[in-house]
Design a protein around this ligand. Structure first.
Ligand code: 5GP
Length: 209
């Protein structure tokens, strides 16, 4: 049976460990490809252009929008983020499960364009753990942390629009749970209609006997 790639959207509040989840999935299994987003945010220490993000000026980003190069884009805490079309298309054609690690507005736009995209939302075990994790990261100012926590309150309203919610308590378990969900998605009848139709056609020969 020919395997088609699943388009995956992974979202979660800042600080839930979705970045770690995504990098562990990529490291452990070879069926995944990560879409690299464009952003106007400044690189954090250790972030590399073309690997973590394509870092753009506001003008460059606006030009990408104009040229229709993005599947979706959204403004998040003062910066633009968007998904370039080209890479996602080519990886899906190769049968890869393409991961978009994007925030909620973008996720919902992807679902509109690709109704069979699989939307996963990663949550912390509880609210206090979220705050501790954000503070522990040490990459953001208290002001930004506060903004990101407020944003989490707003985002929580929309979790029910996602297909699955995954609790990241122990990261290893979280990786296995996410992988199992994604793999079972490949067996969904609607994703295998080509195979089913061929089987039906082949079966028809028994009626002629
Ligand atoms: P960060 O600045 O922490 O790297 O990312 C901030 C938020 O932007 C995260 O929730 C991340 O998932 C989201 N994000 C990253 N790339 C994209 C994108 O291409 N589109 C959208 N809509 N959100 C993105």
């Amino acid at each position: 049976m020919k395997r088609k790639g699943v388009l995956l959207v992974i979202s979660g509040f800042a600080g839930t460990g979705k970045g770690t989840l995504v990098s562990m999935l990529l490291e452990k299994y070879d069926n995944y490809a990560l879409s690299v987003s464009a952003t106007t945010r400044k690189p954090r220490q250790g972030e590399v252009d073309g690997i973590h993000y394509f870092f753009k000026t506001r003008d460059e980003f606006l030009k990408m929008i104009e040229a229709d190069e993005l599947f979706e884009y959204a403004e998040y805490v003062g910066n633009f983020y968007g998904t370039p079309k080209e890479y996602v298309r080519s990886q899906m054609e190769r049968g890869k499960d393409v991961i978009l690690e994007i925030e909620m507005q973008g996720a919902l736009k992807i679902k509109e364009q690709f109704p069979d995209a699989l939307l996963l939302f990663v949550v912390p075990p509880d609210a206090d753990t979220l705050e501790q994790r954000l503070k522990g990261r040490g990459t953001e100012t208290p002001e930004i942390i506060c903004k990101r926590l407020h944003r989490a309150v707003e985002e929580a309203e929309f979790i029910k629009q996602y297909d699955y919610v995954i609790v990241n308590d122990k990261i290893d378990e979280c990786v296995e749970e996410a992988h199992a969900i994604i793999q079972s998605e490949h067996y969904r009848t609607m994703r295998n209609m080509e195979f089913v139709e061929k089987l039906q056609k082949d079966l028809a020969k028994f009626q002629q006997k």
